[in-house]
Design a protein around this ligand. Sequence first.
Ligand code: NDP
Length: 492
Amino acid sequence: MPKSATYKLYIDGRWIPSESRETYSRVNPANYNEILGRFQQGNAKDVDKAVDAAEESFEKWREVPPPKRGEILLRAAQLLRQQKEELARIMTKEMGKVLTETRADVQEAIDTCELMAGEGRRLFGRTTTSELRDKFAMTVRLPLGVVACITPWNFPIAIPAWKLTAALICGNTVVFKPSSDTPICATKFVEILEKAGVPKGVVNLVTGPGSIVGTRLVKHKKIRAVSFTGHRDTGAQILKDAGVGKKIGLEMGSKNPIIIMDDADLKLGLDGVIWGAFGTCGQRCTAASRVIIHKKVRQKFERMVIERTKKLKLGSGLNPKTDVGPLVNKTAQDKVTGYIEIGKDEGAKLCCGGKVPKLKGWFFEPTIFTNTSSDMRIFQEEIFGPVTSLTEAKNLDDAIDLANAVEYGLSSSIYTNNIRNMMQAIKYLEYGITYINSSTIGAEVHLPFGGIKSSGSGWQEVGWTAINFFTDEKTVFIDYSGKLQRAQIDIE
Ligand code: NDP
């Protein structure tokens, strides 16, 4: 076994081993013979220590003027920029996506740090009128206290950046529990925050199993908010465990559709489908896992998609010629394999892919199903792999009905050159995000990001909306009339 580094927890400004004295290892998903390191198997005692440290540091951190907190985030952005290439390579080795995408992941973190640094000079409340004379009314934003940030592996620096920078600029202190599949990226991000000047105890990192570390955090009485991104079933469990008295922000899975209308630019639509379905090996919450095609162009567009999909090259994300990297782990590979059988049993037609290639990593061939209908599990359930299903629609209304016929509602897209089709899609697609003539993926950090229905709990991330989640907006009345004025009564 090659010698590999041992990573630590970060609690109260110190890098320390877990109270459990146990570690686990992680391998490169593109080459499972390569061990990337050993990581602390955190436990409930570690969580308690981290929460106590965060609680103690909160009183000081909340007093730091927000523009000063912003200066720290700006320094973090600079450090991320300096280390962008190195971090991108680490990320590709740790979770598999190709280098162009891991560079973008780091860039998203840079953008987020800069956005949230600027937020330190805004954090707007509102001033408004009063129904009474000599009375002033406004709202102010106050930090919540200690917050938990629980993140997935598919955007292992960008999503932690979304959550942590928003939490910090608002004056909260953080316990960060990253995915067990991406502890190196999490550690590197926390190292950067430390170097940028985040004071001790303000950010704490606890690695270890979600069922132990995550559950303890979610149930902890001192945690004021849980910001979670991950699987719908984990989100449902978190809602059960959290109890009352906490804000719960959930960003979860989806089953995102691209609609191709009969008047669409089919070449443009093809680029969008391939990028949406197979980027990050289909492991994005916004992946285009369904393509709904107008009957007039269905046969032609299906042929185009299948032909292009067959040309995609599988391999290590470090190789610039690779189009599609590996799945994240063996469990994911088994899950995708299972869905191929389900699709075939349901009567869908497997047109290409569908197999595990003979490589030393958790790869899966890019896969297209046709003849799919809304009653099939492969149409309804999140597969989270390089698999997309093509379905025929009679007209725009039918396409929108098919798009909405799932429990999820994160991202959607329509390719059309008809303004009425576009406006109908914006109005009737039941999704948090709709793209016109672009794929289902491609969020920008200064706009809200979030799903509806089973994809989210209603709190949107990044943009200006993240601030709503990580603050209490307190209503303030200042009465300078010198007498008791009763609202609704003394109004004459
Ligand atoms: P999981 O839900 O398996 O894990 C997410 C995080 O939750 C991990 O840190 C995990 O820890 C932790 N966790 C697991 N069990 C618990 C628990 N009982 N209590 C608290 N925390 C727990 O998701 P994945 O990491 O596999 O990510 C893939 C999923 O994330 C997909 O469904 C995808 O659609 C969704 N996603 C949604 C996004 C969005 O913005 N809507 C963006 C990106 C992904 P551990 O790793 O140790 O199990």
